[in-house]
Ligand binder design. Structure first.
Ligand SMILES: Cc1ncc(COP(=O)(O)O)c(C=O)c1O
Length: 481
């Protein structure tokens, strides 16, 4: 009988001590002395589905027990471990909740994984654009009223897809959105890639599992102590079948899942179960200290930290206080300049920077001294920079009109046209800044003057845009329908 409290790592550690001859994959045979780069990478713990180690794709042993523990920690009906990132969970979730060609309601500020799922599933997206917060030039929360309006206007919609929290920490009212969607028997998929730390303590709340999301996808590695690529999918309610979701994981997820990654998810779940209260309290205290120190900031602005509060942002439902979003908008610095100063003068590496803001991400195992170093640096930079009167720049174009589906546009013949001849043409490629990976335009949409203006603003501020097919700044891949 397997010991239900044994973690995957415990099992492997014990197994390693038995000196069993491994006549199976992986090919390194855990002979890490002969390939010593594997020592630092944990190669001695890199296993395959041997007796006792269960099978991620048909779990009924140690992996199932580990996933059940995660489900009870997050209070979900069923939780799946994922080793291909939230990307894999999003692809699986969207395909599981729709049939080919269905209509879906999609928040425009979704990650590219959502767009790729739409493309693969031949879906017809109705977009909903959250209001843009003018002071920080970021998308704010999705208004539940807009969800209801869209569901009423388009009865063919089969799934609601949104991101909460966003990369910038903006949380939407998942309780209200789920209640509305459920009243039409429509499930809600929440990309909670940035929110696996929500609802484990009162300081970080607004999580989507508690809020009634039917499929909630989380990247553990973004804020919690787990290896990169690890994610969870939580299935709730009665609108989504767990076995349908498992079928999709069988398509999108590797058939050779890494036990290093699974052990890391399991370890993370155990750490939170056993020491979560203390760790979350420490994180909260460190952030509160940071918050207080930011009250002295005069020219830079930190979203919902220091003197800034959620009351200044009427379209924000909630904010994830683990995120530090620093606006440089009213100063002579750009977000990217701030990032360079922090890197070069203070040895601080940020998560990302755009023209008018930069993001510092914190995590459950944040060292108190890191926030102290950051706050001292920000105070010094704030003293040195100059206040200016900012002018509004177009950072997100209004959603361009859609002529055909993403899938159809990508299958059409196309050519590159210069920007000055592109207005009115149907684009056959995505254009986005990465991070955050939110498209400015998607295949099938019509190129507008606003879109071109926005592209120009990005280039002028030195932020590279990614395009699927055309590499040059001056041209776009357009298609004939
Ligand atoms: C909002 C959002 N969703 C999904 C993803 C994809 O997550 P992963 O990299 O774990 O596949 C990201 C990645 O940055 C993201 O920012």
């Amino acid at each position: 009988m397997a010991d239900k409290n044994q973690t995957i790592l415990d099992f492997i550690t014990e197994y390693n001590s038995k000196a069993i001859t491994p006549m199976h994959m992986p090919g390194h045979k855990r002979n890490i002395a002969a390939a010593n780069y594997l020592t630092a990478l944990g190669g001695g713990y890199d296993y395959t589905e041997i007796d006792g180690l269960d099978d991620l794709h048909d779990a009924d042993g140690i992996i199932k027990d580990a996933m059940d523990k995660a489900a009870s920690l997050w209070h979900s009906k069923k939780t799946f471990f994922i080793v291909n990132g939230s990307t894999c969970g999003i692809l699986s979730g969207i395909r599981c909740a729709t049939s080919y060609g269905d209509s879906v309601l999609v928040a425009r500020n979704c990650h590219k994984a959502v767009y790729h799922a739409i493309e693969l599933c031949g879906l017809h997206p109705y977009f909903i654009a959250p209001a843009v917060d003018d002071s920080f030039e970021i998308y704010s929360s999705i208004d539940p009223v807009e969800i209801e309006k869209a569901l009423l206007a388009h009865p063919s919609i089969r799934l609601v897809i949104l991101t909460s929290p966003t990369y910038e920490g903006v949380i939407s009212d998942i309780n209200s959105i789920s209640a509305i969607a459920h009243s039409y028997h429509i499930p809600v998929l929440v990309d909670e890639a940035h929110g696996s730390h929500l609802d484990h303590c009162d300081y970080f709340n607004g999580g989507a599992v508690n809020g009634g999301g039917d499929i909630v996808i989380q990247s553990l590695h973004k804020t919690l102590p787990s290896l990169t690529q690890t994610a969870l999918a939580h299935i709730n309610g009665n609108l989504i079948s767990s076995s349908d979701f498992a079928y999709e994981l069988g398509i999108f997820e590797t058939s050779s899942p890494s036990y290093l990654l699974m052990s890391s998810i399991d370890g993370c779940v155990n750490l939170i179960s056993k020491q979560g209260r203390l760790l979350f309290d420490n994180w909260k205290c460190n952030l509160q200290e940071f918050d207080n120190s930011m009250r002295k900031i005069k020219k830079l602005k930190i979203l919902c930290h220091g003197e800034d509060s959620i009351n200044n942002h009427t379209c924000l439902y909630k904010f994830d206080r683990s995120k530090i979003v620093i606006s440089t908008k009213d100063t002579n610095l750009s977000g990217t300049a701030l990032m360079h100063i922090l890197r070069n003068n203070y040895k601080i590496e940020l998560e990302m920077a755009s023209n008018t803001y930069a993001i510092a991400m914190t995590g459950l195992l944040e060292r108190p001294e890191s926030l102290d170093i950051l706050s001292r640096a920000l105070l010094a930079i704030d003293q040195d920079c100059k206040a200016i009167l900012s002018s509004a720049a177009l950072s997100v174009p209004p959603i361009p009109p859609m002529k055909t589906t993403i899938t159809k546009a990508l299958s059409c013949k196309g050519s590159i046209v210069p920007a000055n001849k592109a207005v009115g043409k149907v684009i056959g490629e995505y254009v986005w800044a990465y991070p955050p990976g939110i498209p400015l335009i998607v295949p099938g949409e019509v190129i507008t003057a606003d879109f071109l203006q926005c592209v120009d603003n990005y280039y002028k501020s030195g932020i590279p845009l990614k395009k699927t097919f055309s590499n040059n700044y001056n041209g776009f891949h357009v298609v004939e329908l």
